[in-house]
Design a protein around this ligand. Structure first.
Ligand code: ADP
Length: 548
């Protein structure tokens, strides 16, 4: 990630540094500040005279907690910088690194922890001045963050290598902490006296703390004025906590007083909370990203499936006319290859080639139109003409498998509205499937096609065969795409039939029994605008009434 060359513009609401805080986040931040104030007033009031005494394990435990917490926060913020390349983020990440690192000399020099007078050649003033510089340093980084954040966004972006920038920041921060440590240890004799002995503070401490509070208040003010992101909100909470921590720390003017212990908690608890919020926000963003990636993948798969469906439809629908072209062309060649060529039969075969070629062309056009919304042309049709044409298309196949056709067509049927080629495709598919089913079974092969009026408003076509029939569970799934029981089947024909019929506001269904053949039915609405509609329906209905 560090080497990533992608720079995400700062105005993208994507990360903590540019994501606006939600209402609940603002409320939570306010609740934390109020809780800190309550803790402050309890310490300053009822607990003001309470002296818990020195707890040896407290300082190392506290120091370790601050170090781990602030180091993790720094790492997270450096990663945010690597994504956004914002100099402001680099500044605040360095601030957290500074606080994590300065805790180390603070712990080492603390009197009575590792040595009675502290390590690193520390003097009486060293630890307290480390604490003061720590609490002056962090708001300085916060001020730098707010000022850089507000700069021209194009200038605020780091254009170079993120890794190099982070490395430089780490080196500079480590150098600053080392310099501060040397200053307060080697130069401790020259430091103002804020500590009287290992436990008690001097009156000067109050003035120093007063200055630190003002410096932190300035950082808070700048954050308040320029606040806009989740990170700004939580930094305000942290700086508030710093102010309260500083004030509480001098309440008893001594280490290990109730105020001093409380001030450690006031500083630590909000920064742990900030880390938790950062982790929560990052996890939420990660989850959102994951959802977006999955949605994108699903969309791509759906698009691929549509592509598959288009290519499968073309292959499926064009196969039939191509077979017909090859068969007729072969027949034509046979007529010409005879000792005495039969030109009439050859001409007839070539005509069939031309017709099948036109049909393939029309089928391709139709498939394109089917996937192109709004490009369809519907006309008023006689469904029996559609059936007759479909039978002509599958004539060769019917002959090959010696299928007897019973067509119960009704000359007086009302006209329907539809698209000729698409409806023809449906009938051809149903007949071709029926032939396939009968081809697998011995015995008489009879195909019955019937057209009739249904509920006065629809014309129903039924295609019945004497084939192998269907398993009950297949009846439910037969119209699903990719459902096939044939070794060379694609399972697309019936799903195309269903989408065509549904696009015509009709319905398609099957009734079948295993071993007893299958009957496919489909309906299409009658052409209500047709002049002969009522006559036709009337006469058909009359024809259907029982005689006498
Ligand atoms: P394909 O013919 O490529 O398999 P279809 O969508 O046209 O695709 O048909 C799906 C399946 O429906 C077929 O594999 C077959 O099992 C079953 N089927 C279709 N028509 C009939 C029929 N008339 N009799 C028995 N089974 C049929």
């Amino acid at each position: 990630m560090m080497n990533s060359a992608v720079i995400i513009p700062e105005d993208l609401p994507f990360t903590l540094a540019n994501l606006s805080p939600s209402r609940s986040q603002r409320r939570l931040a306010l609740a934390v500040v109020l809780a800190l104030l309550v803790a402050f007033f309890i310490t300053a009031g009822p607990l003001a005279n309470f002296q818990p005494g020195r707890i040896d394990a407290f300082v190392p435990a506290y120091g370790t907690a601050v170090f781990v917490n602030d180091l993790i926060t720094a790492v997270l913020l450096f990663y945010q910088f690597a994504i956004l390349r914002s100099r402001a983020l680099l500044a605040i990440a360095s601030g957290y690194l500074f606080t994590a690192l300065i805790v180390i000399p603070w712990l080492l020099t603390f009197p009575g922890i590792f040595a009675p007078g502290g390590l690193l050649g520390a003097g009486l003033q060293s630890t307290d001045w480390l604490f003061n510089l720590w609490h002056a340093g962090f708001p300085t980084f916060v001020i730098a963050y707010t000022l850089l954040k507000d700069a021209d966004p194009t200038k605020g972006l780091w254009r170079g290598s993120a890794g190099a920038a982070i490395l430089s920041s780490v080196v500079v921060t480590v150098a600053v902490v080392c310099a501060v440590t040397v200053l307060v240890t080697a130069g401790q004799a020259h430091l103002p006296r804020t500590v009287l002995d290992p436990v008690r503070f001097s009156a000067l401490k109050v003035y120093v703390v007063g200055c630190l509070i003002l410096w932190n208040a300035l950082a808070l003010l700048l954050l308040w004025i320029r606040r806009c992101s989740v990170l700004d909100l939580w930094l305000m909470v942290v700086v508030c906590a710093y102010v309260l921590e500083l004030y509480t720390g001098v309440l008893g003017l001594a280490r290990f007083s109730a105020g001093w212990y409380a001030s450690r908690f006031l500083g630590l608890v909000p920064s742990i909370l900030v880390l938790c919020v950062l982790l929560h926000e990052i996890t939420t963003l990660y989850a959102q990203l994951l959802r977006a990636v999955l949605a994108q993948r699903r969309e791509r798969e759906a698009r691929l499936m549509t592509g598959d469906a288009v290519s499968a439809s073309i292959a499926h629908e064009v196969k039939q006319p191509l077979t017909s072209i090859i068969a007729s062309a072969n027949a034509g060649l046979n007529w010409l290859d005879r000792v005495e060529p039969n030109l009439d039969r050859a001409r007839e075969a070539l005509r069939r080639v031309v017709t099948a070629g036109h049909r393939a062309d029309a089928v391709i056009e139709n498939i394109r139109a089917h996937f192109k919304i709004g490009a369809r042309t519907r006309t008023s049709l006689n469904i029996d003409d559609v059936i007759r044409e479909a039978l002509a298309v599958v004539r060769d196949k019917l002959q090959t498998y010696r299928v007897t056709v019973h067509a119960h067509l009704n000359e007086r049927l009302p006209r329907i509205t539809g698209e000729q080629i698409q409806l023809q495709q449906v009938v051809v598919n149903l007949i071709a499937n029926a032939i396939d089913s009968m081809a697998t079974k011995n015995g008489e092969r009879v195909l019955s096609i019937r057209s009739e009026v249904q509920h006065s408003r629809y014309v129903m076509v039924s295609v019945e065969d004497t084939g192998k029939g269907l398993e009950p569970d297949a009846v439910d799934r037969i119209f699903n795409p990719m459902f096939t029981t044939k070794t060379d089947g694609m399972g697309i024909g019936l799903s195309i039939c269903r989408s065509i019929i549904e696009a015509h506001q009709g319905q398609i269904w099957v009734t079948a029994e295993k071993g007893r053949g299958a009957t496919f039915h489909f309906t299409v609405p009658v052409d209500l605008s047709g002049p002969s509609w009522s006559d036709a329906v009337g006469s058909v209905n009359r024809n259907m009434l029982p005689k006498g």
